[in-house]
Design a protein around this ligand. Structure first.
Ligand code: F3S
Length: 294
């Protein structure tokens, strides 16, 4: 059995950075409690491990008063930094640098008098965070119909939630051109998601089964499952190695593996190890059968 691991499987740069900052904070700190502002990543296994090390998630800043608060890769609205000061909170900022660039662009152009348009999901913490860098005054659009809510304006600056598709960006920007005298466009889509999805498709095309590892609630993992199924009908979504569909994989030649942006290496390695063990056991069984028959 050949196992093919898709390129870019697992943590993206921003998530890796957030994990490293958290692990360093645990190692360096011996007096204050460490909290994360919302769950650090969408992976239950990682969250449980962090909780075992005393790191818990809070939704209200007050709950982290006098302690350490880690800001996750999605970033936060600007006012959170001031509020944290009021509560004597030490901030460890793990905002992804690509998200920071969007926040700064939104602020810069808002201060210059532009109306900010964010293309993305209004409920997503990253979008809520970016809007919080331009006084919560941005128009947030997630489809072409939302553009009708925008009146004709002099100056518009448009940015993107880092994980939207290029198709959506192109589609909406084309319509926005007609809404403003001057349109400043900043395509802030991060390529990590697209590269992971393309690698998933490439592998799924050439394997007998595709294993996608990641949280059941992780939307980027669900997207990988959809892509996997488009090219390989035997696509399985698992959260951990224990859930590998061993019986279904047993007699296949090529198995592909990919993982969502919040899936740590150790979970990917466990799954690969289990498949290797399965093959070893299979070979042993075959040998035994041959010996019995001869
Ligand atoms: Fe950052 Fe891109 Fe990941 S924006 S958090 S590297 S998906």
């Amino acid at each position: 059995m050949k196992i093919i691991i898709a390129d870019n499987a697992g943590f993206c740069f921003g998530v890796k950075q957030a994990m490293n900052k958290t692990i360093n904070a645990i190692g360096n700190n011996n007096s204050k409690k460490i909290y994360t502002y919302g769950p650090l990543i969408h992976n239950n296994q990682v969250i449980k491990r962090l909780q075992c090390r005393g790191v818990f998630s809070v939704e209200n800043l007050e709950d982290a008063k006098d302690n350490i608060l880690i800001i996750r890769s999605h970033g936060v609205p600007l006012y959170i930094y001031d509020l944290a000061k009021n509560y004597n909170i030490e901030i460890i900022d793990a905002t992804c640098p690509f998200v920071r660039k969007v926040q700064k662009t939104a602020k810069e152009y808002y201060d210059k008098g532009y109306t900010i348009v964010i293309i993305g999901n209004p409920k997503h913490p990253e979008v809520i965070g970016i809007n919080g860098w331009c006084n919560n005054d941005a128009y947030i659009v997630q489809n072409v119909e939302d553009i009708d809510k925008i009146k004709h304006l002099d100056k518009i600056c448009v940015v993107a939630q880092t994980t939207i598709t290029l198709e959506l960006w192109n589609h909406i920007v084309e319509k926005l051109e007609k809404k403003a005298k001057s349109l400043e466009k900043f395509n802030t889509i991060c390529t990590a998601t697209r590269e992971r999805q393309e690698a998933c498709a490439d592998v799924a095309k050439k394997v007998d089964a595709m294993i996608v590892i990641g949280g059941f609630h992780s939307s980027n993992t669900q997207k990988l499952v959809q892509i996997g199924k488009m090219y390989c009908k035997n696509t399985y979504h698992i959260e951990t190695a224990e859930k590998l569909p061993i019986e279904e994989l047993k007699n296949l030649n090529k198995i592909g593996v990919t993982a969502g942006a919040s899936t740590p290496d150790w979970i990917i390695k466990e799954a690969i190890q289990k498949m290797n063990n399965m093959e070893h056991e299979n070979n042993e069984m075959m040998k035994m059968m041959e010996e019995i028959e001869s």
